[in-house]
Design a protein around this ligand. Structure first.
Ligand SMILES: Cc1ncc(COP(=O)(O)O)c(C=O)c1O
Length: 202
């Protein structure tokens, strides 16, 4: 058990590039949409770097290069915040209903606070001793007449628990009228996917 950090990452080259480029001497900001080249942004911005990150990571996670969108956030919590926000807004637009946020009790606490801040009902699902959401407990908690934002954890902070998405998606498959958006939580990477139809998981 412990906090899952990798101490052998080699980021010296990054810092050499960073100080050599002069970027360490200026303030840049990330406001605006990195994939909307028509928008007028504050000149000292991070948008080109954001685009490179999105273009590199998107295909690795199965997104279609010609049809993907994203932003780079400044922290794990902010990534979770935007993941929940985009998922909830997309579901609300499609169904006219406010979704319930499902997350395991072992996942990072930020999701619970963010659900509260976004005024969304939270279903906190019990986890097993390995820190994985328990599918039977999820089944008991499902609110059948409301859409679902589901936060899956890949490596919980203290136990490194990885939610069994296949088993959990199978639970949602029993409720075909529940529109589902899934988000994946991993240290400093949050991704949200929503199917285009009202039903099923992705
Ligand atoms: C899944 C997850 N979300 C959020 C955080 C919080 O990150 P930050 O302090 O960068 O907001 C962590 C930190 O470990 C995390 O593992």
């Amino acid at each position: 058990m412990g906090y899952p950090l990798n101490q052998s990452s080699q980021i010296r080259r990054f810092y050499r590039w960073f100080s050599g480029s002069g970027l360490n001497l200026m303030t840049v900001n990330n406001c605006g949409d990195p994939l909307d080249s028509s928008a007028h942004h504050f000149k000292l911005n991070t948008l080109q770097f954001e685009r490179e990150v999105i273009e590199r990571l998107g295909p690795l996670y199965g997104f279609d290069e010609d049809n993907m969108w994203g932003i780079v956030t400044f922290s794990g919590t902010d990534g979770n915040n935007h993941g929940i926000y985009f998922g909830a807004k997309s579901l609300e637009k499609r169904t006219g209903l406010k979704p319930v946020v499902y997350v395991s009790e072992a996942a990072h606490y930020s999701s619970r606070r963010l659900a509260d801040l976004q005024n969304l009902q939270l279903a906190l699902i019990p986890a097993d001793v390995h820190g994985r959401m328990i599918p039977e407990e999820l089944d008991k908690a499902i609110v059948a007449d409301r859409p679902a934002v589901v936060v899956y954890a890949m490596g919980t902070t203290f136990k490194g628990g990885v939610d069994d998405m296949k088993a959990l998606n199978a639970v949602f498959a029993k409720y075909p009228d529940v529109a589902v958006c899934t988000g994946v939580l991993m240290r400093h990477f949050s991704e949200v996917t929503c199917p285009t139809q009202n039903t099923g998981t992705s």
